[in-house]
Ligand binder design. Structure first.
Ligand code: NAP
Length: 296
């Protein structure tokens, strides 16, 4: 347990609820806020203090952690009047673990600095399984001394914790991760589409190729849910991967880097969103390829 004791935790969805629970288990004094209160109920029953707004949740805390949805949600909770930057006490650490834009991360870092607050961007990978098992990978951008001070908090949530550089570097690394993940996910879905079209038994194909050199976490931990169990419940939502790839697309253009595979997968995810599958897990990409049925 570090000198940091009091944590305000904002965003208790699929990822946040499990992460806040681990912080409570580790002995931190946790206050929570979420747009939909019912999603914080289990934490409240376990002793977390409920706050009525994000700003209230930031007041008097040593650390404020956020893991909300989109960059616009991040801007709202941090930068709106009475939000986190307005409300946190001087010297507090602000940790955004949402997958968000590096530009927003820099904006928050600068607004926080002006108020003697220490902001870092610290997005994660490892999925719902990594959040539940506290085995997340955490990519951190901001001041290195903030990273050092926050390490005991990060170590409660993850196993592979890397300082990537100045503000925004955590988000940029996370987007690089999503670019690799998108290719692996779509590539695996395409393999099963091929197998089906070739008249093979896709479950037998899975049994073989999931153990070979083409295997990946996307194949075994994500696609398998839809392919083998017809389970399309979200671990990681289609609409959130689309959000990540859109950030990748925009920033890559500004860096002058072409990303053709990202473009294709983003198009596939947008189609799924349009067809009403946005809140399903990313294994729903199987539906784009016609490998899984629409009825779930
Ligand atoms: P989620 O289940 O939708 O959780 C996000 C939570 O934040 C929701 O409960 C939402 O409230 C709340 N929220 C959003 N905007 C808010 C606001 N302005 N004020 C207060 N609360 C707000 O999504 P998730 O899967 O946990 O993902 C959260 C973030 O982590 C996303 O950026 C995602 O891309 C990233 N991520 C997810 C995974 C994964 O595998 N799931 C892995 C790595 C990173 P409501 O309940 O009202 O919607």
């Amino acid at each position: 347990m570090s000198e940091l004791k009091k944590i305000g935790f904002i965003g208790t969805g699929i990822m946040g609820a499990a992460m806040a629970g681990h912080l409570m288990d580790a002995g931190f004094e946790v206050s929570v806020y979420n747009r939909t209160k019912s999603k914080a109920q289990k934490l409240i029953e376990r002793g977390a203090r409920w706050c009525e707004t994000a700003g209230d949740c930031a007041k008097g805390q040593d650390v404020v952690i956020t893991i909300v949805g989109y960059p616009k949600d991040v801007e709202q909770v941090y930068l709106s009047e009475g939000g986190i930057v307005d409300s946190a006490k001087a010297g507090a650490f602000l940790v955004d673990m949402t997958t968000s834009s590096p530009i927003v991360a820099e904006k928050i870092y600068n607004a926080a600095k002006a108020k003697n607050l220490n902001a870092v961007d610290a997005p994660v990978t490892g999925g719902d399984t990594g959040a539940k098992n506290a085995t997340l990978t955490i990519f951190v951008g901001g001041d290195e001394n903030s990273f050092d001070a926050l390490k005991p908090v990060f170590e409660v949530l993850g196993k592979n914790i890397v300082y990537e550089g100045s503000a925004g570097a955590g988000q940029k690394t996370k987007i690089a991760n999503q670019i690799a993940l998108a290719g692996a996910l779509a590539g695996a879905a395409e393999a099963f589409a091929y197998a089906k079209a070739a008249g093979l038994d896709v479950e037998k194909v899975y049994a073989a190729i999931s153990k070979g050199s083409a295997s990946s976490i996307q194949m075994t931990d994500i696609l398998s849910r839809g392919l083998l169990n017809n389970n399309f419940n979200p671990g990681f939502m289609v609409k959130h991967l689309a959000k990540d790839l859109a950030i990748g697309n925009e920033t890559a253009t500004s860096y002058g880097q072409a990303l053709p595979i990202l473009g294709i997968v983003l198009h596939e995810l947008r189609k799924l969103e349009k067809d009403g599958n946005g809140a399903e897990g990313t294994q729903a990409i199987l539906k784009y390829y016609g490998v899984a049925s629409e009825e779930t």
